[in-house]
Write a protein that binds this ligand. Structure first.
Ligand code: FES
Ligand SMILES: [Fe+2]
Length: 448
């Protein structure tokens, strides 16, 4: 740990306006610094509050590689606590989800904690009398993360106690989350079961970048989506019979370059951005009977059409999630190591909307995202080949230059551009360098 650890200039130099150094994907020291700085300084998705509907309900997950518990406290608020006993470090909960009742109890020596983390009881407490225990970190119980925000059901946390505020970090990008939630006539989503969960042998950033990589579908997915389209074209399907849902989902992956160019990409400050400004692969799905009527009844004619007319494709929330508003999905790319990423692919139910919408998002998840799907494994192969290829010393740079204007860009601006630009990837790396280095040169860091 010497090359980059106390050297924010060397870390910043890995990101150039049009290219990034391969160490951002393969270097274990950079990965460790990402966990310590990037994932501590940014607002990271933890879970949806419908995953913990009752008091005492909890889920376990990670912010970066830091284990955390999201739990509903007795006051009905969601808390996010470090999943670490203040006694000797034991993880307090290991189940993915459960109900702990009114308190957590450590399985090692039975210290117990309220669901806001406060220390409740210690067996043989008299052994700590006159030891100065009350002044210790341990006496504070399970430590909460630095800051938590429940935004319309989506729970985000910042590990660092001080830093950028939630509203400043996300800014106007919250319009994508708003649109996903507004698609419920009741303005509410509910998680539909546990996510698909699978591991990829690649760096987490490769998955994030791919969400706005619009020049790959017609190439990487030709063998799967292309074959499906070819077979479909030979099918003698009656013109008056509705197209099968699966075909509506898979066919747009074979759209030509012009389709993706014209759909547009919008980038927001702090690394957020989305594809599908003008239209998207989700624009032409068949109407679900009864849905528009429910939306009009809830929001009025004009607003209902405005909500449903927004067909954003993939919205990246930096650092590591992507949502699809029109089909109520969220994918979480959880870093496990420089070349290991756990993917969680969630689907949500629009409360008050017809069940067929849930059917569609579930089908999309199986058909496109699942490791057993027709499409997702194409991407997986590309990521894993890239992870291996980057070890070649032939070239240490990864090119991100498509539609680069030739001079450094202003990422503090919200910009809409040609849908095949790699500006959103450059935007992510600009934010990466900012949040990696903003706490690196502190005296605390230098003292370690
Ligand atoms: S490690 Fe948790 S009570 Fe001892
Ligand atoms: Fe893909």
């Amino acid at each position: 740990m010497t090359r980059y650890s106390h050297n924010p200039e060397a870390v910043a130099a890995l990101v150039q306006p049009h290219q990034v150094h391969r160490d951002v994907y393969i270097d274990p020291e950079i990965f460790a610094l990402e966990m310590k700085h990037l994932f501590a300084n940014t607002w990271v998705f933890v879970g949806h509050d419908s995953q913990t509907p009752a008091r005492g309900d909890y889920i376990t997950t990670q912010i970066g590689t830091a284990p955390v518990i999201m739990v509903r406290h007795t006051d009905n608020e969601i808390h996010v606590l470090h999943n670490r006993c203040p006694h000797k470090g034991t993880k307090i909960a290991i189940d993915r989800a459960g109900n702990t009742g009114k308190f957590f109890r450590c399985p090692y020596h039975a210290w117990s904690f309220k669901t806001d983390g406060c220390l409740l009881a210690i067996p043989l407490k008299k052994g700590y009398a006159d030891t100065g225990f009350d002044q210790t970190e341990a006496a504070r119980g399970m430590r909460p993360v630095g800051a938590v925000r429940n935004y319309r059901g989506f729970v985000f946390a910042r590990l660092a106690p001080e830093g950028i505020g939630f509203d400043e970090f996300f800014g106007d990008s919250l319009s994508s989350l708003d649109n996903m939630v507004d698609r419920s006539p009741e303005g509410r989503l509910e998680v539909a079961g546990p996510p698909l969960r699978y591991m990829h042998r690649c760096n987490w950033k490769m998955l994030v970048e791919n969400q706005t990589d619009t020049c790959h579908p017609m190439v990487a997915h030709e063998s799967s989506a292309g074959t499906a389209v070819k077979i479909w074209e030979k099918t003698d399907w009656p013109a008056d019979k509705p197209k099968p849902m699966a075909m509506e989902i898979i066919a747009p992956f074979m759209s030509p370059y012009e389709f993706f160019e014209n759909m547009g990409i919008r980038t927001w400050p702090n690394g957020h951005g989305h594809t599908g400004v003008h239209h998207s692969i989700h624009s032409d799905y068949s109407a679900i009977p009864g849905y528009l009527e429910k939306m009009v009844a809830a929001y009025g004619e004009e607003r209902a059409h405005r909500i449903l007319g927004e067909n954003r494709h993939n919205t990246v929330y930096f650092p590591n999630i992507m949502i699809k508003g029109p089909i109520q999905q969220l994918r979480n790319f959880i870093p496990l190591g420089p070349d290991r990423t756990l993917v969680e692919s969630y689907i949500y139910r629009l409360v008050g909307a017809p069940d067929q919408l849930l059917e569609r998002t579930a089908m999309y998840n199986r058909l496109i995202n699942a490791p057993t799907s027709m499409v997702g494994h194409d991407d997986l192969e590309m990521y894993e080949r890239a992870q291996e290829g980057l070890h070649s010393d032939a070239n240490v740079w990864v090119n991100l230059q498509r539609l680069y204007p030739g001079a450094p860009e202003d990422f503090d601006e919200t910009v809409v551009e040609n849908g095949t630009t790699e500006r959103q990837m450059r935007n992510q790396f600009h934010a990466w360098a900012k949040f990696m280095t903003c706490s690196m040169s502190t005296t605390q860091e230098a003292a370690e």
